[in-house]
Design a protein around this ligand. Sequence first.
Ligand code: TNX
Length: 523
Amino acid sequence: MGRVFVMGLLAICLMAGAVRAQENIIPFPQEMQVHAGSFPFDQLRISAEDNSVEAHYLKEQWQGIFGKKLARGGSRVTLKLVVDPVEGAGPEAYKLDIHAGGVTVKSSSEAGIFYGVQTLLQLLEEHRKAGSLPYLHITDYPKFAYRGMHLDVCRHFFSVEEVKRFLDYIAAYKINKFHWHLTDDQGWRIEIKSHPKLTQVGAFRQRKPFDGEAHPTDDPDVYGGFYTQEEIKEVVAYAAGLHIEVIPEIEMPGHAQAALAAYPALSCTGGPFSVGVNWGVMKDIFCPKEETFALLEDVIDEVLPLFPSAYIHIGGDEAPKDRWKACAHCQALIKKQGLKDEHELQSYFITRMEKYINSKGKKIIGWDEILEGGLAPNATVMSWTGIEGGTQAAQSGHDAIMTPASHVYFDYYQGNPQTEPLAFSADLPLEQVYSYNPFPTALTAQEARHILGTQANMWTEYMPTFKQVEYMLFPRLMALSEVAWGTSKPDAYGAFENRVIAQFARLDRKNINYSSALYEVIG
Ligand code: TNX
């Protein structure tokens, strides 16, 4: 009797293991039960009455997978808005059922329906050859409300079409925030009508051999580009259709050389400057003068209405204080404001901008250096140099987003630098991303509520083409996705890697470039 029980238990365990390995879903759902039986694809139909954005998306993706239309009529695929299908799990939760009657996705929000559809699409691709979907029940919801992906379009510029493709990719893995890094030393990429030189001058730089042929301007010696406000709106609307919120970043006071090339009077020295062609940290930054604040407020006035997000990111990182130290105006301002030093002057700068932005009903996010010299009262900290910034922010009652370079910097090598394409000189293999736990262990449960989530950053110094961006994104996006969704199991990395490999067929079908460096040992 006992032996039968043990054998039974063993069989159940083996089955459970087999089931998890069988369904190569990323991010893996919170709960899933697979039952006997399956539903044939050719009997799937979508109701002709369902004109929702999500139904449209499903039909379009279906066509991409099978090369033919998803049949209409009947309703063997039902996408249904219901009240609280997963009690207490929040609006992004969904239930996916595959049963004798067909497929049902239920959620209290369109976003949840969309995530259910994403899971369904992965199952469809996975079982394509079999031609039928296993009966199963999924109850799913994210752990983190903020699941972000960043893209730097300054070091290299990417077209509207490429940015949209980037959004498609991240949406497929249930990422819901897009941090769009729009200004930096090497390019100002957003049209500002009241200050046209920001793009006329700031969006273009001397072309270097490494910049390649992508996005040629009329002049072979010039590299650059920018988005008109109409194009920005188009991207924001496209993202909304994928349930992605776009958070723009306008950098200050550092990483401002492109803006200073356009308006040198906003520097401490008066310039002249040219738009940056080298990577790194530049000494010339915005000078805290009245005319600088006036221009930045004009910029904010034009930027905020383009983005429905509650947030704007205002940078704050890597702002050397050399020029402020040598500037009579800055020293006088430090005295006048009763500040201790240039770090406190930076805090004055950020706090002043925060006040302006708050008065327009929006909130700021800043890189962790905004903690130096005192944190602006309502700021959210994006912790990149490590986890200390985010920890400190949460402990002092501020929200934080965790983006530590050690775990989520996708510009770092993912495999052997000897054989990988040129990248930033640090390592970040897939397993390291997968091992990340966004909750700093030093926090109490109360403080941990301030950790909104996590985000990976894509700095593009060494990515002159969009194909290279894809390569650096995949497959690490999959690890980020599962970490942010909250179902990663670092101890079961091998099983995750198998699911990743299974997804390569999907990337191949979409002609997406990716790294298979996970097969190698980093040297
Ligand atoms: C630091 S992360 C930067 C970026 C660089 C990146 C390269 C951050 C806030 N600033 O300007 O592109 O390192 O990894």
